[in-house]
Write a protein of this length. Structure first.
Length: 257
C-alpha cells in the first residue's frame, strides 16, 4: 500500500474518533486532509498516464481509458482553481485525443495549481524508476524533491516528505506500482486478447438477444393477425346468419299475406 493510502486510512481512524467524541472542529480538518490526500492520487494517476502516452507511445486503450478516468475525477478540482489550465488538461487527455497529448503541458498545468488544491511537491513526487532511487527521464518532482526508496518510508502524521541531515526534502508519496518495465509486450498482448474476447462474447450475446426479440415480436404479430382474422370470420358469419334470418322472415310474411 502506498504512503498516501496509509495516510488516508490513518485519517479515517481519526475521523471515527472525532465522530465518537463530538470533536467537530478537528473532524472538519481531517476531512479536508483526506480530500487533499485523495487529490494526490488523482494527480499521480493523470501524470503517469500522460507520461506513458506521450513519452513511451503506449497508445493501448487501457492506458487512454486510465488517463481519461483520472482526468475526469481531477478536472472539477482543477477547474475550481483555473479554468484555463483545466481546459489544457482536458484537451490532452480527453478520449480520442490523448494519443497526441503532451506530458510537459499536463504536468506544468497541474503543478501550477498545487497550492490551490492543497497539495505539495513532496506529496505528489515524481515517476520513480525501477530501482526506486531516481526518476524516469523528464518525470522529476517539482522543487528538487528527491525520491526515497520504499524501505526508507515511515508513516507519520506530517507531510508526505522526509528530511535528511542536510535538510533536503525527499518525496515518499509516489513510488508507482507500475513502472515502464511493467508495460511488457506479453502483458499488452494478453490485455488486448482479453478485451477482444470480451467484446466478441458481448457481441454474440447482443445478437442472440436481438434475434430472440425479433422472433418473439413476429410470433406476437402473427398471433394478433390470426385473432383478427378469426374475429372477421365470426363477424361475417354473424352477418350472413342475420341476413338469412331476415330473408326467411320476409318469405313467411309474404305467405301470410
Amino acid at each position: 500500500m502506498s504512503l498516501v493510502n496509509k495516510k488516508i486510512f490513518e485519517k479515517f481512524g481519526g475521523v471515527k474518533s472525532n465522530l465518537l467524541d463530538n470533536q467537530c472542529t478537528i473532524l472538519q480538518t481531517n476531512v479536508r486532509d483526506i480530500k487533499e490526500l485523495m487529490t494526490v492520487l488523482l494527480v499521480q494517476g493523470v501524470t503517469r498516464s500522460i507520461y506513458e502516452l506521450d513519452i513511451h507511445d503506449d497508445f493501448q486503450e487501457t492506458t487512454q481509458a486510465m488517463g481519461a478516468a483520472f482526468a475526469a475525477a481531477l478536472l472539477p478540482l482543477l477547474h475550481a482553481c483555473s479554468e484555463g489550465y483545466a481546459m489544457m488538461v482536458h484537451k490532452d487527455l480527453s478520449p480520442g485525443k490523448s494519443t497526441k497529448g503532451s506530458y510537459e503541458v499536463v504536468k506544468n498545468a497541474i503543478e501550477q495549481n498545487y497550492d490551490c488544491m492543497g497539495i505539495k511537491c513532496e506529496d505528489v513526487g515524481g515517476l520513480v524508476d525501477i530501482w526506486g532511487d531516481g526518476y524516469l527521464a523528464g518525470a522529476e518532482a517539482c522543487n528538487g524533491v528527491m525520491p526515497v526508496k520504499r524501505d526508507d518510508i515511515t508513516l507519520s502524521s506530517g507531510s508526505g516528505g522526509t528530511s535528511d541531515d542536510s535538510g533536503s526534502v525527499s518525496s515518499v508519496a509516489y513510488v508507482p506500482p507500475v513502472t515502464t518495465s511493467n508495460f511488457s509486450a506479453s502483458k499488452s498482448k494478453h490485455d488486448t486478447t482479453t478485451y477482444v474476447i470480451a467484446i466478441v462474447v458481448l457481441s454474440v450475446i447482443c445478437v442472440a438477444f436481438g434475434i430472440t426479440l425479433l422472433v418473439c415480436m413476429c410470433k406476437k404479430k402473427k398471433k394478433a393477425n390470426e385473432n383478427e382474422a378469426d374475429g372477421n370470420r365470426v363477424f361475417t358469419a354473424s352477418l350472413e346468419t342475420i341476413g338469412h334470418e331476415d330473408k326467411e322472415a320476409a318469405d313467411a310474411e309474404k305467405e301470410i299475406i
